[in-house]
Design a protein around this ligand. Structure first.
Ligand SMILES: [Zn+2]
Length: 197
């Protein structure tokens, strides 16, 4: 807690003071970020840091393993889907990026499978990416090394989320009309490199 409050004190006299006009403008006129980023909650993968963006530039959702569930308009608590709806239909973002990363803990749980202890929520959440696990681990070319499997699964789950994005009718129609672009990128925590998926 102390670290956070000390950080905020530095922010007020540093970043905020230097960018006061941006905050005031955003407060007065609202936000119109051109891009949405779906990233992992992992503390090493902060989209604002990786893309060097200012406040108001990217609309961010972070969840375990940067997953997009398929379109399912029911009474479930669809946090990611609600954020997608707001970003696409209200803010009219022109790009959606799925930002995966190396050494992802959620993907390690997924590759471990039901043998691991995944608590109350992680296992069922990671079911969204089950197809990625199957494509990697059930393949005759599947590497025997656990880390290599995870690394392939990180990339494959980005493809699953990109496909799931297209199950949302208001995303599909905009992609078909070329007013919305989807992209998948994998961030290497050690090297800082981005790889297009
Ligand atoms: Zn992760």
């Amino acid at each position: 807690m102390k670290t956070l409050l000390e950080g905020h004190a530095r922010f007020k006299i540093g970043y905020y003071a230097q960018h006061k006009n941006i905050f005031e403008d955003l407060s007065r006129n609202g936000q119109s970020p051109p891009a949405m980023v779906i990233a992992c909650s992992d503390s090493r993968v902060s989209p604002e840091v990786i893309f060097d963006t200012a406040p108001g530039e990217i609309f961010v959702v972070r969840n375990v393993s940067n997953l997009v569930p398929p379109y399912a308009p029911d009474t479930g608590n669809h946090g990611t889907s609600a954020a997608l709806e707001f970003a696409v239909t209200a803010l009219n973002v022109r790009t959606i990026v799925i930002l995966g990363h190396s050494q992802c803990g959620g993907i390690r749980a997924l590759v471990n499978g039901p043998e691991g202890d995944h608590g109350d929520f992680i296992e069922s959440w990671m079911h969204i990416a089950l197809k990625a696990r199957q494509r990697v681990c059930d393949s005759p070319d599947a590497p025997t090394d656990f880390n290599a499997r995870c690394s392939l699964c990180e990339r494959e789950s980005i493809r699953v989320s990109l496909a799931n994005l297209l199950t949302f009718p208001w995303i599909k129609s905009r992609v078909d009309a070329n007013t919305l672009t989807l992209a998948g990128w994998h961030f290497n925590v050690q090297t800082g490199e981005l790889e297009a998926i």
